[in-house]
Each structure stands twice: as structure tokens, then as C-alpha cells.
Design a protein around this ligand. Structure first.
Ligand code: HEC
Length: 371
């Protein structure tokens, strides 16, 4: 049975809002991505990754199910019309990861395989499913397909800045503990461990432990990461990582966390290592105030509000997290004002909680030096 049979009558098709690729590096030699430019005036670096931003929350396996992305065609053969993955001539292989907070898919070139050639021109085609039952092709979480295939041409720069390196993978790091460097310089002298300055995923989860703590674990979820030392990993391992969310346990296979349930959302893990798009904890945050992007106004803000209502109607139950009556948000996924001190750390355009889940969701004792 295909996903489309679950599609609700009020479920609109998916639209691609933007495709950005690396066109330069910032002062820390990190990629700066700008919208793909068919005129060729802003050429893309040959080391680039490409980010696709969609208007709807996606079905993660429709954009990340295969090792190599089969819902896009990146090819130097500009004459071919690409309607299905089979039409893609001599493709540049790409690996995809989905970030539900931003509704973005990041496409990376693959080490050891054919990559972008300096000075050449390419066409990127983003593909919807060929029919109701097609396993590949961009779909919303409720099965609604991409409205139309989208084709964008761009040119690759003849030369790169000397510091450019291929963006084969997300930059590495200690995403769970991650110290804020300014904080370390101000408050910790030369203590490299300095748990006072932990700002990684552990810090975001710590802001939830007021309710999700031993003895009062709301909905059986214990997020007591052991502040101020951030040295307690057992509760996460026992109640969150790979554990099905109670609120999603409906239907006959309800007791086991499912990586690929027949219906998206059912028996979803609270935290699914390597798969932020299948992690219920993120959706509980996404539907709440800490994930509101204040830069969206007017129609865009209204559309996102409606989309969040669809998430809640489909599978995100109960109240948003942290609940509004909990008071001032202690972290935000999008800044409210410039230099917002509550803004979550970011890794290559992704909030650190999602980045930690994508990197495998391994908790650790932050009072020990990084391995
Ligand atoms: C003020 C208390 C409070 C705070 C703070 C709080 N929660 Fe909750 N949480 C609850 C309660 C009560 C429930 C069960 C009822 C509901 O979801 O509406 C719950 C349920 C959940 C669930 C569903 C668990 C399941 O098995 O279905 C998740 C996931 C969750 N919270 C994550 C978080 C995260 C992440 C944070 C911090 C960003 C957070 N909570 C902060 C009280 C809280």
C-alpha cells in the first residue's frame, strides 16, 4: 500500500522554495551558500554541497532512503529531459541528508566518485514520485508529492579559493558537549573541560529536565543529563535513544520503534540515531515556540503555521515542548534578535541538536575531555 492512501484531502503538494550551493568561503573557510544562478554570474565551487529548501515537512525516506540520492539528477548533459531517475545521463552521485527543523535536504558529492568539473555547466533536476506507489521522489510526511519537477542550471567556477576542500561530510566535532569558546575564555581560564560552558545537544536537553527527570519523568521520558557536570548518560539511553515515543504508539506494531513504519509517525523513536527526520523529540520542539523563525512574516509565516497544524493533526500529539507556561525559552532554533544569547549552536547550517542526532546521537560524560 502506498503512502498516498494516507494523504489527507487538505494536504497540498510540496514546493521547492530554494536551491543554494557553495559559491565562496567565509573568514573561517566555511562554505557560504547562495541561490543557484542560471545566468552563471555567481559560479558554484567544484567542492560545493547543495541545499534544497522545501515548504513542507518531508517524508524522510523519500529523500534519504537510498545510499545515493535518487530523487535528484545532477548532470552535465544539458540536452536530456529528466522525468524519472532512469532519464539521468552520466549523473554526479550525491548523498542526501534531511534536516526537519529547516525543512532542508543537503546534497553532498561522494568521495571517490565523479564530482563537479571546474568550468563546466550542469543541470540539477529535483524529482517527485513517478506515481502513487513510487518509493523514491520527494514527498511530504503525509505522502503528498512534489508539485512539479524542478530543473535549475548552474556553472561551476574555473578555480576555487585555495582553502576550499570538498564538502563530502558534515564538519565533525563534539556536538553533545560542545563548549562555547567565548564562555571558556571568560569563565574557565584554561580548563578545557569546563562544563559550565557546555552548549551542545546536552545543553538543549538540560532545559527540558525540569519536568523530564527521575521520579517525575513526564510521559516516561527522562532527560536528566546531569547538569551542571553533564555527566549522566543513562537516562537518555534508557528512555530516549531508540525508544518509541508513547504518544506515537498506535496500531498493531506499536510497541517497537520503527525506522520505516508503513505510516510515517507511528511508533516513531524519540531519538532515532542518524535520522533527525524520524526523531519525535525534534517534532515536539518544532511545533512549539522555541522553533519559530521570526524572520518569516506574512504569507510564509501563515503557511508554516498551517503546516505545523498538519503535523499535529497527523502524529505530533500533546502540547509543544517546552510547554509555553514553562516561561522564558532557554534555547531557540532561530534568533529573535541579532546576537541572541539563547540561540542554539549551529553546525554547517544545522542546529546542534539535529546535528548530534544526524552524527549518531551518542551521549557522553562532558566532565571528561573529548575523546
Ligand atoms: C513543564 C514541564 C515540561 C517541560 C519543561 C518539558 N516537557 Fe516534555 N512533556 C511534558 C509532559 C507533561 C508530557 C506529556 C504530555 C504531552 O506531551 O503533552 C511531555 C511529553 C514529551 C514527549 C513525548 C514523550 C513520549 O513518549 O511520547 C517528548 C518527546 C518531550 N516531552 C520532549 C521534551 C523536550 C525535548 C523538552 C525540552 C525542549 C521538554 N519535553 C520539556 C512536560 C514537559
Amino acid at each position: 500500500m502506498g503512502e498516498a492512501s494516507y494523504q489527507r484531502a487538505d494536504s497540498p503538494p510540496v514546493q521547492l522554495l530554494e536551491a543554494r550551493a557553495t559559491t565562496s568561503l567565509d573568514q573561517n573557510y566555511q562554505p557560504v551558500r547562495t541561490p543557484l544562478d542560471p545566468s552563471g554570474a555567481i559560479p558554484v565551487l567544484s567542492t560545493a554541497s547543495i541545499v534544497l529548501k522545501f515548504d513542507r515537512f518531508l517524508l524522510p525516506r523519500s529523500v534519504g532512503g537510498a545510499a545515493l540520492a535518487d530523487f535528484v539528477c545532477l548532470s552535465g548533459d544539458l540536452a536530456a529531459e529528466v522525468r524519472t531517475p532512469a532519464d539521468c545521463v552520466n549523473p554526479i552521485p550525491l548523498a542526501a541528508t534531511y534536516n526537519p527543523v529547516q525543512r532542508e535536504v543537503i546534497l553532498r558529492q561522494v568521495e571517490g566518485m565523479q564530482g563537479l568539473v571546474p568550468g563546466s555547466r550542469y543541470a540539477l533536476t529535483v524529482l517527485g514520485p513517478v506515481d502513487e506507489d513510487a518509493p523514491s521522489g520527494v514527498r511530504a510526511f503525509d505522502g503528498a508529492p512534489l508539485r512539479d519537477n524542478v530543473r535549475i542550471e548552474f556553472t561551476v567556477a574555473a578555480t576555487n579559493p585555495p582553502q576550499a576542500t570538498p564538502e563530502f561530510r558534515m564538519p565533525g566535532g563534539d556536538f553533545y558537549c560542545q563548549r562555547d569558546l567565548e564562555c571558556v575564555m571568560e569563565k574557565c581560564d584554561d580548563d578545557p573541560v569546563c562544563t559550565m560552558c557546555v552548549r551542545g545537544a546536552a545543553y538543549v536537553l538540560f532545559s527540558c529536565a525540569g519536568c523530564h527527570i527521575d521520579g517525575n519523568a513526564s510521559a516516561g521520558l527522562n532527560l536528566n543529563v546531569g547538569a551542571p557536570l553533564f555527566n549522566n548518560v543513562a537516562p537518555l539511553l534508557e528512555t530516549a535513544i531508540g525508544r518509541a515515543a508513547h504518544q506515537t504508539q498506535v496500531g498493531e506494531h506499536a510497541h517497537l520503534a520503527e525506522q520505516t513504519p508503513e505510516r510515517f509517525g507511528r511508533a516513531m523513536p524519540i531519538i532515532d540515531p542518524n535520522n533527525p527526520g524520524n526523531s519525535y523529540l525534534l517534532y515536539k520542539i518544532i511545533i512549539g515556540e522555541n522553533a519559530i523563525d521570526p524572520s518569516l512574516t506574512g504569507e510564509a509565516a501563515e503557511q508554516l503555521r498551517e503546516e505545523i497544524e498538519r503535523l499535529r493533526a497527523a502524529f505530533v500529539m500533546g502540547v509543544p515542548m517546552p510547554p509555553p507556561e514553562w516561561g522564558i525559552p532557554q534555547f531557540r532554533f532561530f534568533p529573535e534578535k541579532p546576537d541572541d544569547p539563547t540561540l542554539t549552536q549551529y553546525v554547517d547550517g544545522m542546529d546542534i541538536l539535529s546535528a548530534w542526532i544526524l552524527a549518531g546521537a551518542v551521549p557522553r560524560d562532558c566532565s571528561m575531555p573529548a575523546p
